[in-house]
Design a protein around this ligand. Structure first.
Ligand SMILES: [Fe+2]
Ligand SMILES: [Fe+2]
Length: 263
């Protein structure tokens, strides 16, 4: 029974991570859980990995971490992600690579509390609809019998879904504080620490999990988003329009070639 800070999708954003860690420290959080995508998109992957390592965070690997290591390819990446991950692969320090290589794909934080990055069985799945949650709830019950909470990231939005005994899914408002029932299953996305790809706001997101009191609280904190953006552009993490068009053309070419091979 503990008070955890739950973070996801840091994406090399040092400023946002610092803001979130300060907010969690102010709330007396002693343990940190991370849902992966520590690197990618922004210019400080090594610093973010070192901060998590130094705090003894309990972390799993996201698809960006696996792509950064070369364990996954770029096929399911957007152009922006592919470009920044090519840069990330060149930038990663050996100790960061070694750290990322130790991270499991999913784990049980404490009995009944599971951490995954995308879907329960697919690190690159976006769980964005009640149908996705229903399918993954069935997999979770097979893979982690008795789990009552599943924290997931990857889709970068603060979300909470409740699943009843019959598998019916209801999305609940990601209210500031939420008391969960022990006889239900919940899928919870704490949001993304990195807000560089968000249009709506530039706030770093995370959650507080109190397994003793049975509550989850969603946090949003301001950070110096302009500084992150300037650095990402200066260090080659932002795709230029020409490369963007080139990647799109290459993708169409690959699709056409595989359609021809199937015909
Ligand atoms: Fe992500
Ligand atoms: Fe991801």
């Amino acid at each position: 029974m503990s008070l955890y800070g739950v973070v996801a999708d840091i994406h090399g954003n040092r400023e946002a991570l610092a803001a979130v860690l300060a907010a969690l420290e102010a709330r007396g959080v002693g343990r940190l859980a991370c849902l992966g995508d520590i690197v990618g998109y922004n210019a400080d992957p090594d610093e973010c990995a070192a901060a998590l390592r130094g705090l003894g965070a309990i972390s799993i690997a996201g698809n960006h971490d696996l792509i950064g290591l070369g364990r996954l390819d770029f096929r399911r990446c957007s152009n922006k992600a592919k470009y920044s991950l090519k840069r990330t692969r060149r930038a990663l320090a050996p100790e960061t690579r070694a750290y990322l290589a130790t991270l499991p794909g999913r784990l049980e934080l404490e009995p009944g509390v599971v951490l995954v990055h995308g879907g329960v069985r697919d690190v690159q799945q976006y769980m964005t609809t009640p149908a996705h949650i229903a399918q993954n709830a069935a997999w979770l019950r097979e893979d982690f019998p008795g789990a009552g909470l599943c924290f997931f990231g990857h889709s970068h939005e603060q979300k909470i879904y409740e699943v009843d005994d019959h598998g019916a899914v209801q999305e609940l408002p990601a209210a500031k504080e939420f008391a969960f029932r022990k006889d239900r299953l919940y899928f919870v996305n704490p949001g993304s620490v990195d807000a560089s790809r968000k249009q709506r706001h530039k706030l770093a997101e995370c959650a507080l999990l109190d397994t003793g009191c049975g509550t989850i609280e969603f946090l949003r904190v301001p950070y110096d988003a302009a500084a992150t953006e300037v650095k990402a552009a200066a260090f080659g993490y932002r795709i230029d329009p020409l490369t963007d068009r080139l990647y799109s053309f290459q993708r169409r070419l690959r699709r056409a070639a595989s359609a021809l091979l199937r015909a």
